[in-house]
Design a protein around this ligand. Structure first.
Ligand SMILES: Cc1ncc(C[n+]2csc(CCOP(=O)(O)OP(=O)(O)O)c2C)c(N)n1
Length: 317
């Protein structure tokens, strides 16, 4: 199988993992933030990075970023449930705290915006290390209205740091539509920083992957940052418990016709890479993997008081 075909299949599989995880977690946790409709923007970002690259993902996609980089699905799910085996040892929601071990910087305070700056900091560290690693910041369109965006992109541009900024533009910040959220377009800000800006079809996983990889190659080669705007749509609510009454059915239906998984499935079939039977088999495999990981995670122990750090407080006494 050619490298291209392998990549396209891996992108498909990753999108399936995102969707199935969202479905399963969303059925348990009303506060989960599903990425229904945004799977291509997410998979396109996190597949194919180098092991020493660092990512600061958007929370809607954080779990997929960690999974794509080698984290264990069971531990990621365990963290959601506050289990001791989760990456935060039960201290904070691990849907927003990716594991450091696989180069994922989480949203530790829950404040949107700072991770864009963390990525710029990671890019500065990568530059000082001199091994060619790159940092990737992914954030929502609402998050791009925070001041952190300006400081992070400006510093990245001034120092020509190896950082790629990707705005996962799903056109809403909770219930606030784009037009009420900012003036102008996000990608058009790029020339103001003297860096390239590229608007990508965020529902086309191949276009996304190629654009991210091109920006990464540029950053790795010393060309500095790129700002990508992945234009997509959130088909579900802001949280799994949100029925999203603030938008029209026509609008949702129109975007549902551009379901990124269905689009890629059609491409894989047309190119003779995966037929309908193969796709069904892969879906079944992913369903089983997600179900088993969740079942195991929910068997894991809850943390004891040691996670509060009290053991450390008294260690020197
Ligand atoms: C600094 C900050 N302000 C407000 C919030 C509350 N908040 C949580 S999610 C969210 C919407 C963010 O929108 P966007 O960045 O577009 O991401 P999306 O939810 O659309 O994926 C807001 C405002 C927050 N977490 N942090």
């Amino acid at each position: 199988m050619s490298t291209r075909d392998e990549n396209w299949l891996a992108l498909y599989r990753l999108m399936l993992v995102v969707r199935e995880s969202d479905r399963v977690i969303g059925g348990i946790d009303g506060h989960w933030h599903p990425a229904l409709g945004e799977e291509a923007a997410i998979a396109g970002c996190y597949h194919g990075l180098r092991a020493d690259d660092v990512v600061a993902p958007h929370y809607r996609g954080m779990l997929a970023a960690s999974y794509a980089r080698g984290a264990d699905l069971r531990r990621l799910f365990a963290g959601l449930d506050g289990r001791a085996t989760g990456h935060t040892r039960g201290r904070y929601r691990s849907d927003v705290c990716g594991p450091f071990e696989v180069g994922v910087i989480g949203l530790y305070s829950g404040a949107l915006g700072p991770p864009i700056e963390y990525a710029t900091g990671a890019a500065l560290a990568a530059r000082l290390d001199g091994k060619g690693a790159v940092a990737l910041a992914v954030f929502g369109d609402g998050s791009a209205s925070r001041g952190n965006f300006h400081e992070a992109v400006n510093l990245g541009a001034v120092l020509r740091l190896p950082v790629v900024f990707v705005c996962q533009n799903n056109q809403y910040a909770i219930s606030t539509p784009a037009a009420a959220e900012r003036g102008g377009s996000i990608v058009d800000r790029a020339p103001g920083y003297g860096i390239p800006g590229v608007r990508v079809d965020g529902n086309d996983v191949v276009a996304m992957h190629e654009a991210v990889q091109a920006a990464i190659a540029r950053a790795r080669a010393g060309g500095g940052p790129t700002l990508l705007e992945a234009f997509t749509y959130r088909l579900g609510g802001h949280m799994s418990a949100d029925p999203a009454p603030y938008r029209s059915k026509d609008e949702v239906d129109e975007w549902a016709r551009r379901d990124p998984i269905a689009l890629h499935e059609a491409r894989l079939a047309a190119e003779g890479i995966l037929d309908a039977q193969g796709a069904a088999r892969l879906k079944q495999e992913v369903e089983t993997e997600v179900a088993q990981a969740m079942a195991q995670a929910r068997e894991d122990p809850m943390p004891g008081p040691e996670v509060l750090g009290i053991d450390r407080v008294f260690a020197g006494a």
